[in-house]
Write a protein that binds this ligand. Structure first.
Ligand SMILES: Nc1ncnc2c1ncn2[C@@H]1O[C@H](COP(=O)(O)OP(=O)(O)OP(=O)(O)O)[C@@H](O)[C@H]1O
Ligand SMILES: [Mg+2]
Length: 449
């Protein structure tokens, strides 16, 4: 089971279930014992009273000098019965016993005995004892109470107990759930804080944390800081390396150009071609090393509208024959999880390409459908056959230049940058006939590394 909440819930369910069941069982047992004891005690008193009220008449037949004190023995079929029997001299019974008879055999000892017997109105707890009232046969005193009276009491108690314990269980479960929610809240908060860290809305996890989580947050912050430091150092090193190579290479190219005019044009050409390739690679890696927040693991939010404004102005100057149109959605562009400089780098490459190839119009728009979110740069130029689209993203790949200069780095850098953030860059035929470059943002616009 992976969910902490589910684990806690299961433990609480077990704990409350077992606890309540144990309370229920022991309460019912205790109550039953208690009620039984009380019944026995009461009926023993009654049967003893019966004994004291019984006399023998001249003929030796038993009679009561007055009715027993409990009125229930006077109500017909009330479930409370007595019977005094003197074998050979007849029996007298309580007015309640309008039918049937009690088995006087239960009364066969001077001590009060009891057992469950079949009575006039169902199973009854029967009490009895004998007394030698006069010479000859003894008197059998028997008293019976329907067991259902006692069982009904127990049943009523059990029902009420079940109801209250059920309510108690529900209350305990509800409070347990509240405790779990309360206890797990810092984790939810931590999740949101880590999310903010990942999305670049925060550079560290701030705030007050419970003692149990605080060390984790501390470690997390230390890790994030160290990560950022390593990346920054790596970027500087890569940039420095690329830069340090660039100057000697430029000198070599210069020399090779001079050679090309001289004695070994073939060798010089090879040298020039290879040097150019190296320069291209260096430019590519220099551009990548310069990229803002990429690979840092922290991606701030950038507003495409803000990034586009200066870009479009600059492109208008570079490609005066082309109109650059920004089709901002009614509420403005949605922010994207990227460093502004990186977004600018991507868009400037796309706008530059579009400007170079367009016949007269380049549009920038936003596409939002369901969870998908993309920025689209479309032109009305000649476009490219779909089977060549992917190839154009390779480092150094150029299509038919048609006289346009290009090193084939723009799209490679742009896609690499986009993928650093978990986004992607794809090429599609534009609806107007030209080409469009689609910058897809990762779902939830979040950095997913
Ligand atoms: N909007 C477009 N319309 C038609 N072809 C395009 C378009 N954008 C890019 N291409 C093709 O893709 C190739 C690669 O583009 P990329 O931006 O990577 O390099 P480049 O523009 O040639 O050079 P660089 O951008 O490095 O100066 C281009 O040479 C071109 O053939
Ligand atoms: Mg380009």
């Amino acid at each position: 089971m992976t969910s902490l909440r589910a684990r806690f819930m299961l433990s609480i369910l077990l704990w409350v279930g077992l606890g309540i069941a144990a309370i229920w069982y022991s309460s019912v047992r205790l109550f039953t014992t208690h009620v039984e004891a009380q019944y026995h005690e009461e009926l023993e008193v009654h049967v003893r009273e019966l004994g004291e009220l019984t006399r023998l008449d001249r003929a030796g037949r038993p009679y009561l000098i007055r009715p027993v004190s409990d009125p229930r023995y006077g109500v017909p079929l009330s479930g409370y019965y007595w019977q005094v029997t003197r074998p050979g001299f007849g029996s007298i019974t309580s007015p309640s016993m309008t039918r049937g008879a009690l088995d006087y055999d239960i009364a066969h000892s001077p001590h009060i005995l009891h057992r469950v017997e079949n009575g006039p109105t169902g199973d009854a707890i029967v009490y009895g004892f004998i007394r030698q009232a006069a010479p000859g046969t003894p008197l059998h005193f028997v008293m019976a109470t329907d067991e259902r009276h006692m069982l009904r009491n127990i049943r009523l108690f059990t029902r009420e107990l079940t109801l209250w314990l059920g309510l108690l269980a529900a209350a305990l479960l509800a409070s347990g759930m509240a405790i779990i929610t309360l206890g797990l809240r810092p984790f939810r908060r931590l999740g949101a804080a880590v999310d903010a860290l990942r999305n670049g809305r925060a550079a560290r996890v701030d705030g007050d944390w419970p003692d149990e989580i605080a060390p984790l947050v501390q470690d997390l912050n230390a890790y994030a800081a160290r990560n950022a430091q390593i990346v920054a150092r790596g970027r500087v090193a890569a940039g420095a390396l690329a830069h340090s190579l660039r100057t000697p290479l430029a000198i070599m190219v210069d020399e090779a150009e001079r050679l090309a005019e001289g004695t070994a044009p073939e060798a010089a050409r090879t040298l020039l071609d290879e040097s150019e390739r190296m320069l291209r690679q260096i430019d590519y890696h220099l551009a990548r090393a310069r990229s803002g927040g990429s690979r840092v693991g922290v991606a701030p939010l950038a507003d495409p509208g803000t990034v586009l404004a200066p870009l479009v102005a600059a492109m208008g100057r570079c490609h005066p024959a082309c109109a650059f149109v920004v089709l901002a959605p009614p509420g403005g562009f949605a922010p994207v999880a990227m460093d502004g400089d990186d977004l600018s780098e991507i868009l400037s490459n796309l706008l530059d390409n579009a400007g170079k190839w367009a016949r007269g119009r380049v549009t920038v728009s936003e596409r939002r459908a369901g969870g998908a979110h993309a920025l689209i740069v479309a032109d009305d130029g000649p476009g490219l056959p779909p089977d060549r689209h992917e190839a154009m993203f390779a480092v150094g790949a150029t299509g038919d230049t048609g006289g346009r200069s290009g090193s084939g780095l723009g799209l490679a850098i742009a896609r690499d940058l986009a993928r650093d953030y978990g986004h992607d860059l794809l090429m599609e035929p534009a609806p107007g006939g030209g080409l469009q470059l689609v910058l897809h943002f990762a779902e939830g616009n979040a950095l997913d590394v």
